[in-house]
Design a protein around this ligand. Structure first.
Ligand code: C5P
Length: 314
């Protein structure tokens, strides 16, 4: 068991940064016994970040601010960062608490894994603050209990996810991919988007193949990542959740067309949406797309990937 103990000034506050993500490929398979869908996905961590500062405290609390709209973020025990801190304390027998200050740079409820990044950052921050010294494998185990995308936010870079999306294997990637993300006020709930995909497949089951086959990441995607080739990656982007997000938010269809007309190689719904992700040929093209989307009234951010996972900042 560890105790709070007297803290040195430089240990009194720990700053951890964790990235948002885009799924460059997401095939959704059958519903498994635990109610989750079997996935094959390729994640890329991108340079929109969650910053978390952890300060020792007797109890657990969280405050949230940032350049994105944070009004939808719960500030009680439903907050995923607080749940992560409590889980780590319970696991290690740590008897104190923590105050977590979160600066959100990833859109809320946008399909970019911002909540998962908070949870990954809170795990790493509390492990350092409390000196609980868990191994990477132990942290990954706790991360998987917090949500399907949390292990990836911990690991970062580029990875293939199977199972619920939380069984990771690193994917080779070269170079730097340039993205523009267009955010949206009307956040979509991830369970609702999966449920809409199930309903969509049910309605269309006479027309499309059943979702029974084992999902697998398209080799073209892996080749494109390995080659650092945005044109090839743009041609093989796929997200099975896109049709469901578009059924719930039909205006996303036109938004993707608009981004592509503005010069993106391809647009896709990010994760369960409603953020849309536009892959661009280079930084100059990304700037053009961001300016064009902003000029037509959207909130757009440029970012690149891959970037590292949750890490303590100096
Ligand atoms: O694990 P996480 O809390 O991120 O998942 C949110 C919801 O997304 C789940 O409750 C489930 O409805 C859906 N989901 C799923 N299959 C996955 C991942 C998520 O059905 N592989």
């Amino acid at each position: 068991m560890s105790t709070a103990g007297p803290l040195l000034p430089d240990a009194a506050r720990v700053h951890v940064r964790a990235p948002g993500k885009v799924n460059v490929f997401l095939e959704v398979g059958r519903v498994m016994d635990d109610g989750y869908h079997e996935l094959a996905t390729a994640f890329q961590a991108v340079s929109l970040y969650e910053d978390v500062w952890a300060t020792a405290s007797d109890d657990f609390s969280v405050s949230v601010h940032g350049p994105v709209d944070t009004s939808g973020v719960p500030l009680d025990d439903r907050n995923l960062a607080v749940r992560a801190a409590r889980l780590l304390a319970g696991k290690t027998g740590y008897e104190g608490g923590v105050h977590l200050e979160i600066r959100k740079g990833v859109p809320v409820a946008g399909g970019m894994g911002g909540g998962s990044a908070d949870a990954a950052a809170a795990l790493v921050a509390c492990d350092a603050l409390w000196d609980t010294r868990l191994t990477t494998t132990q942290l990954q185990g706790l991360a998987a209990r917090l949500g399907a995308d949390v292990p990836f936010a911990l690991q970062g870079g580029t990875a293939v996810g199977t199972g619920r999306g939380d069984e990771l294997s690193p994917a080779l990637a070269r170079g730097r991919f340039e993205w523009v993300f267009v955010t949206d006020d009307g956040g979509l709930s991830t369970p609702q988007v999966y449920a809409e995909l199930d309903a969509h497949r049910e309605r269309a089951q006479t027309d499309i193949a059943p979702a029974a086959r084992q999902p697998v990441v398209d080799p073209d995607v892996l080749h494109a990542l390995r080659a650092g080739d945005p044109i090839r990656l743009a041609a093989s982007l796929r997200n099975d959740l896109q049709v469901a997000a578009q059924n719930l938010r039909p205006d996303l269809v036109a938004r993707i067309e608009e981004g592509e007309r503005a010069g993106a190689l391809a647009g896709i719904v990010s994760g369960s949406g409603p953020t849309t992700a536009f892959l661009c040929a280079d930084a100059e093209a990304a700037l053009d797309v961001r300016v064009a989307m902003s000029a037509s009234g959207h909130v757009a951010f440029s970012a690149h990937g891959p970037v590292p996972g949750a890490r303590v900042m100096p």
